[in-house]
Design a protein around this ligand. Structure first.
Ligand code: FAD
Ligand code: NAP
Length: 338
C-alpha cells in the first residue's frame, strides 16, 4: 500500500483546482481498503473518497487522506427473457460502462451517456439526465463501512434516492466507501425521448427507427454541443440543483415573470430551470477572479484558467443571493464542497 504525501489534486478534479491533499492513496480491491484501514494515516486523519472528481469543488487544501477508488470490473451476473443484471465495480468510468451497455444492446442507461465520473459516485446523487435517473435501474449498492471495512449491501429502497439525492449524500456522507453497483437492464428496450432536445436531435440525425445506440448518439451530440468540456474549461457540470416550488409559488412567479421556465412534477409542485433564473439575474459571463458563470449555460460555473476554489465558491454565493433577491427562490448547490 503506497501512501503519498502532499499531492496536488489539480488533475484529479474536473474543475482543475490546484488544491493539495496531505495524503493520497489509490485502492484497486476491497482487500487494499481493508489493509488501508489498519494504517495510522487512515486512523488519524479525515478521509475523502474520490472517483473522477467531476462533482467536487476544493475550496482549500484537503488536510487528510484522499482515497482514489480504482476498483475495476464489469460482470453479467444473471439474466431472464426480459432483463440482465450486471455488477459494475466502483472505479469503472461511467461513460465507458454506458458504452458497454449500448454495445451489448442492454437498455436503460443510454440517456445517461457522456456523464463524467465513476460508477461508484453514481448512486451518491442518483445521477440523472434527459428524463432518466439511475434509481430506475440500480438494484443494489455494495459498500464498505469507513470505520471498520465491514461490507454492507444497500437495496434500492435503502438508498433513499431523490432528485440528485441519496442517503450517501446526506446522513451517510463519508461513512461508506461504495465498491460496486448492480444494475438491472432491459433486453427489450423502453425508449425515453421525453426531453424535446432528444426528439429534435434524432430528427436532425435522420433516424427513422429508434434504437439504444441512436438515443445514446443523440445525447452525446447534444451534450458535446452545449456543455463546456472540462479538458478545455474546468467545471463540475451543473453547479446548482433545479429548485422545486409549490403550485402557489409557481403561480405567483408565473404572473410576475411570464417566460418562467418550469415543469410540473408528480407531487403537484413545479421544478424551475435554475439556469434560466440565473440568466435572468444578468449573471451569464459574470466572473470572480477566473471563475465565471458559463456564457452558454448559466447553471455551469467554469474555471477560465487558474481559478481558485474559493473564487468559484464566492461566485456561487453571488448567484445564490441574486436569485433569492430577484425571485425569492433559494437555490441549492449540487456540487460537493470540500
Ligand atoms: P467525485 O466528484 O469524485 O465524487 C463526488 C462525491 O461522491 C464526493 O463527495 C465523493 O467523496 C463521493 N464519492 C465518489 N466515489 C465514491 C465512492 N466510491 N464511495 C463513496 N463516495 C464516493 N451529473 C448528473 O447527475 N447528470 C449529468 O448529466 C451530469 N453531467 C455532467 C457534465 C459535466 C461536464 C460534468 C463535469 C459533470 C456532470 N455531472 C452530472 C456531475 C458528475 O459527473 C456526476 O455527479 C458523477 O457521478 C460524479 O462522479 P465522480 O466519480 O467524478 O465523483
Ligand atoms: P436543458 O435541456 O436546457 O433543460 C433545462 C432544464 O429544464 C434542465 O435542467 C431540465 O431539468 C429541465 N427540462 C428540460 N426538458 C424537460 C422535460 N421535458 N421535462 C422535465 N424537465 C425538463 O438542460 P441541459 O442543461 O442542456 O441539460 C440536459 C440534461 O442533462 C438535463 O437532464 C440535466 O439535468 C443534465 N445535465 C446535468 C448536469 C449535472 O451536472 N447535474 C450537467 C449537464 C447536464 P433536469 O435537470 O431535472 O433534467
Amino acid at each position: 500500500m503506497n501512501i503519498e504525501e502532499n499531492i496536488s489534486l489539480k488533475k484529479l478534479n474536473t474543475f482543475g483546482i490546484d488544491s493539495k491533499a496531505s495524503y493520497f492513496t489509490e485502492i484497486n480491491s476491497n482487500s487494499d481498503f481493508l489493509s488501508l484501514v489498519q494504517t495510522p494515516v487512515y486512523k488519524n486523519n479525515p478521509k475523502l473518497v474520490l472517483g473522477g472528481g467531476s462533482n467536487i469543488l476544493f475550496t482549500k487544501n484537503f488536510g487528510g487522506l484522499v482515497i482514489k477508488n480504482s476498483l475495476k470490473g464489469i460482470e453479467m451476473i444473471d439474466q431472464n427473457t426480459d432483463h440482465v443484471w450486471v455488477k459494475v465495480n466502483a472505479g469503472e468510468n461511467w461513460h465507458n460502462f454506458v458504452m458497454w451497455c449500448v454495445q451489448h444492446n442492454y437498455g436503460g442507461l443510454e440517456n445517461l451517456s457522456l456523464i463524467p465520473g465513476c460508477v461508484g459516485a453514481a448512486p451518491m446523487q442518483n445521477i440523472g439526465a434527459y428524463g432518466v435517473e439511475i434509481r430506475e435501474h440500480c438494484e443494489k449498492v455494495f459498500a464498505l463501512d469507513m470505520e471498520n471495512g465491514k461490507e454492507t449491501v444497500f437495496l434500492n429502497k435503502d438508498c433513499k434516492f431523490g432528485y440528485r439525492e441519496s442517503v450517501f449524500k446526506h446522513h451517510l456522507k463519508n461513512k461508506f466507501l461504495i465498491t460496486g453497483v448492480i444494475f438491472k437492464l432491459n433486453k427489450k428496450p423502453v425508449f425515453n425521448t421525453s426531453y424535446g432536445a432528444i426528439e429534435q436531435e434524432l430528427a436532425a440525425m435522420g433516424v427513422k427507427e429508434l434504437s439504444i445506440k441512436a438515443i445514446s448518439d443523440a445525447v452525446i451530440r447534444i451534450r458535446t454541443s452545449k456543455l463546456p468540456d472540462p479538458a478545455d474549461k474546468g467545471n463540475a457540470g451543473s453547479f446548482f440543483k433545479n429548485p422545486e416550488v409549490s403550485k402557489d409559488q409557481h403561480q405567483e412567479l408565473k404572473t410576475k415573470f411570464e417566460k418562467l421556465v418550469a415543469y410540473p412534477l408528480e407531487n403537484g409542485h413545479f421544478k424551475l430551470a435554475a439556469g434560466w433564473l440565473i440568466e435572468q439575474c444578468g449573471l451569464k459571463g459574470r466572473c470572480v477572479g477566473q471563475a465565471c458563470v458559463h456564457d452558454k449555460q448559466a447553471l455551469v460555473l467554469v474555471n477560465m484558467g487558474a481559478a481558485k476554489g474559493d473564487e468559484v465558491y464566492k461566485l456561487s454565493e453571488e448567484v445564490l443571493q441574486a436569485v433569492k433577491e430577484k425571485f425569492g427562490v433559494a437555490l441549492e448547490r449540487e456540487v460537493n464542497i470540500y
